[in-house]
Design a binder for this molecule. Structure first.
Ligand code: RUB
Length: 409
């Protein structure tokens, strides 16, 4: 019986294989390391089972087509992902499952993923995406500008909604719940959505279009009910913490016909998975799965401008994953968030360009003159960069921006 996972330099048909790239840290030579992954994720065992025929191995076995330096490329036959039940959980259990725990490998990182179109077509993809968000907000070219209501603890619904109103009066197009706020006693979902919706309606009457993403991250059996509560009370956008909820929670929302609003995707907990350069799953892989599962906007980082860890090359790759051609899926709005303030907008936009949602929590609510002034300062910073004018120059005639720069720069 010939059982060899190594198929070095074989060109796999990208319609017949899910192709993954991993980097590996191990004392093993890289070919053996690749075989360890391939065997664990296809036959699923360390030895040759007597029940394995040559025919099964040829049809269902993974193939290691590249093993060089610290990189391996492995193709998993698409038939291993067939069937009506399974979805992204099954994909992850194969391409990112037990392999991470193999004792012989000190570290493994899934750095890229190529999916056959015939698998991707089973997923909803974004219903609105970048263009849809721009249309809703009537903002065709400039970045979307948003805030996260802070503090994330303790604000009751009316004060919370007042924050959103102030932010809208300052020119922001977006606001959102923080990732930990869902239905706590101090700010229950139903009351919060109600109060925020009233303020968004008021802003609209006053000529300003704005949306707020309501976090409905919860148990699998509750998420559609939570969406109903939010939508019945006028929610214009929903939000999920995709990694703590799981991809199926996002997909359930994206596939439900009653969810006729965009879905903002937060990545809380990603650092546990993405931060170690030798181990885990890269953010671009997570971004590909979010795009398939139907996220309309996704946090992908601030290119080093903010407070969160950044691997710039991976952040750029995530941007490409969200904005580039990816089967027939709509583009996803990249969201930059975490430690941002008006003084960082130039540095950020130099890398992000205009297809981005720029968000600041403390960088709006920490303005010396409060939320409306903070929102104005952030809007002014974005306007300055879009007009090609330096922030300090623009600040000469925009006092809110000046005060923000004086405080934070
Ligand atoms: C930022 C904030 C965001 C995270 C997201 O608040 O609340 O949830 O930082 O990080 P502030 P990422 O603007 O006050 O820092 O986008 O990297 O996942």
């Amino acid at each position: 019986m010939s059982m060899d996972y190594l198929a070095l330099d074989e060109e796999l048909d990208p319609e017949e294989y899910v192709i993954c790239e991993y980097t590996v840290k191990s004392d093993l030579d890289i070919k053996t390391a690749g075989v360890r992954i391939a065997e664990e994720e296809s036959t699923g065992t360390w030895t040759h089972p007597t029940t394995l025929s040559d025919d099964i191995f040829q049809r269902y076995g993974a193939k290691v087509t590249e093993a060089k330096n610290d990189k391996v490329r492995i193709g998993y036959p698409v038939i291993d992902f067939s069937g009506d039940i399974g979805g992204i959980p099954q994909i992850l259990s194969i391409i990112a499952g037990n392999l991470f725990g193999l004792d012989s490998l000190e570290g493994v990182r899934l750095v890229n993923l190529e999916m056959p179109s015939k698998l991707v077509k089973n997923y909803p993809g974004p219903r609105f995406g970048l263009e849809g968000l721009r249309t809703i907000l009537n903002r065709p070219k400039k970045p979307l500008v948003g805030t996260i209501v802070k503090p994330k603890i303790g604000l009751p619904p009316k004060e919370f909604a007042d924050y959103v109103y102030q932010a809208g009066k300052g020119g922001l197009t977006n606001s959102k719940d923080d990732e930990t706020l869902v239905d706590q006693d101090f700010c229950p979902l139903e009351d919060r959505v109600n109060c925020v919706s009233e303020k968004l309606d008021l802003l609209q009457e006053e000529g300003h279009q704005m949306i707020h993403a309501h976090n409905i991250s919860t148990n699998a059996h509750e998420i559609l009910d939570a969406a109903d509560i939010a939508l019945e009370n006028g929610a214009r956008q929903l939000m999920v913490d995709v990694l703590t909820v799981g991809f199926p929670g996002l997909q359930a929302l994206a596939e439900d016909p009653s969810v006729d609003v965009p879905i903002h995707v937060h990545r809380a907990m990603h650092g546990a998975i993405t931060k170690n350069p030798d181990h885990g799953i890269s953010m671009p892989v997570i971004a590909k799965l979010v795009r398939m599962a139907g996220g309309d906007a996704l946090h992908t980082g601030t290119y080093g401008a903010g407070k969160m860890h950044a691997d710039i090359s991976e952040e750029l790759f995530s941007k490409e994953v969200l904005l580039g051609e990816e089967h027939d899926l709509k583009k996803v709005m990249p969201v930059s968030s975490g430690g941002l303030h008006p003084g960082l907008v130039q540095e950020l936009m130099d890398v992000s360009g205009k297809d981005v949602q720029i968000q600041a929590g403390g960088g709006v609510s920490g303005h010396p003159d409060g939320v409306m002034a903070g929102a104005k300062a952030l809007t002014q910073a974005v306007d300055a960069v879009c007009s090609g004018i330096g922030l300090r120059e623009y600040a000469k005639e925009h006092t809110e921006l000046k005060k923000a720069l004086d405080k934070w720069m």
